[in-house]
Design a protein around this ligand. Structure first.
Ligand SMILES: Cc1cc2nc3c(=O)[nH]c(=O)nc-3n(C[C@H](O)[C@H](O)[C@H](O)COP(=O)(O)OP(=O)(O)OC[C@H]3O[C@@H](n4cnc5c(N)ncnc54)[C@H](O)[C@@H]3O)c2cc1C
Ligand code: SF4
Length: 333
């Protein structure tokens, strides 16, 4: 049986100092933070994650949702997903985020899962979760059986020869469309990372999933002030209506004037190796009439770089329809 030391630091500086002793960055590291535990404990039970030391961040004062002076929102790292999704400001000004979170997991899981934990949840690739199988993400250099194996649910954007795993988060897709900023406290001080730069493409190092360094603690996430008059939708397509990860999803934030699109933010889930923003779709929309033809063109642009595997070619058309339908629904909301 795997044994580990459990630690409950008195403040965030102590948490950072404890985690800074890790040999590698957070995911897969030998010293780990634990928040809701809905990712980490699962993976420890499967022996996929075997930390020597677990640092509990639940008692740190990081559980508040507060307005920022510029009219945006500050979300603490340990704010539970359910509290975030049901917060009145989120429901009013950042509806896409509320919808995305409520489309994920189950009520019980959302009551435990935290903002930071959700940012760092790991892939559901079956080979990653099975220690009897090789996997470059779990054990670098062992190979990627998914490329020739079971890949129906895996990524078609951002893949590499080393890994084609999908980032499974719904929350992150909405945060990408909202252009969130992640705030980190590390051994060298504090810094901010735009969410688009936070997750890494797998390249030749799929074991490294984010820009976090050993000891880095996510303290909070900020959202910019809401865009006046924007229409927001999160649409998630999956094998069953609830308690299931996305095969394709779309988060859109759309502003219209006189029947034309004046501003668009488009992000996709279930299809990318990271939460996937599509500047191509956004560029294709701005200045165009808000109609089915423009939305289909934007969806085509979003999937132009898709590289399907043996079993997931269906995702290309599924994701296009998902983006087009989300745009149509937002425009007519
Ligand atoms: C059955 C099931 C179904 C699910 N379905 C969905 C779904 O449909 N959609 C979806 O989006 N998600 C889904 N999830 C995933 C769920 O959203 C995540 O497990 C959850 O968000 C993780 O949050 P947590 O607080 O429990 O993380 P933990 O398990 O506590 O931690 C996860 C990771 O984050 C690190 N960490 C935690 N806090 C910090 C911090 N402050 N700073 C730095 N690192 C930190 C940990 O070290 C660990 O690496 C599902 C999970 C399960 C078990
Ligand atoms: S896709 Fe990535 S996570 Fe899945 S087996 Fe290949 S290397 Fe591992």
């Amino acid at each position: 049986m795997h044994t580990f030391e459990f630690n409950r630091p008195k403040d965030s500086a102590a948490a950072v100092a404890g985690a800074a002793k890790a040999k590698t960055a957070q995911q897969g590291a030998d010293v780990r933070f634990i928040a809701g535990g809905t990712t980490l404990v699962d993976l420890m039970k499967l022996n996929v994650e075997t930390p020597a030391k677990v640092i509990d961040v639940n008692r740190l004062p990081l559980d508040k949702i507060e307005a920022t002076p510029d009219g945006g929102l500050k979300i603490g790292a340990t704010v539970r997903n359910s509290d975030l999704a049901l917060h009145p400001r989120v429901q009013k000004d950042y509806a896409v985020l509320s919808q995305a979170i409520l489309s994920g997991a189950s009520a019980q899981l959302r009551n435990m899962a935290t903002t930071a934990g959700n940012l760092l949840q790991r892939t559901r690739c079956v080979y990653f979760r099975d220690t009897a199988m090789p996997c470059n993400k779990r054990e670098p250099g062992t190979g990627c059986p998914a490329i020739t194996g079971f890949n129906r649910t895996l990524a078609i954007l951002g893949t590499s020869e080393s890994c084609i795993a999908t980032n499974p988060s719904d929350m992150c897709v909405a945060m990408v469309a909202l252009e969130a900023t992640i705030h980190v406290q590390g051994p060298k001080g504090t810094r901010t990372v735009p969410i688009g730069d936070f997750h890494l493409l797998p390249g030749a190092t799929p074991q490294r999933e984010t820009v976090l360094e050993p000891g880095d603690l996510i303290t909070h996430v900020t959202l910019p002030p809401p865009v006046a008059g924007s229409k927001q939708i999160y649409l998630k397509l999956r094998d069953r209506a609830s308690y299931e990860f996305a095969l394709a999803s779309a988060a859109v934030v759309l502003t219209l004037s006189g029947g034309n699109v004046t501003r668009a933010r488009v992000a996709m889930g279930g299809v990318g190796t990271k939460p996937w923003r599509s500047p191509e779709a956004e560029a294709a929309l701005v200045g165009q009439p808000a109609n089915a033809a423009s939305f289909r063109k934007a969806a085509e642009a979003a999937l132009r770089g898709a590289k399907p595997q043996s079993e997931n070619g269906y995702k290309v058309e599924l994701a296009k329809r998902c983006v087009a339908h989300a745009l149509q629904t937002a425009a007519t909301a």
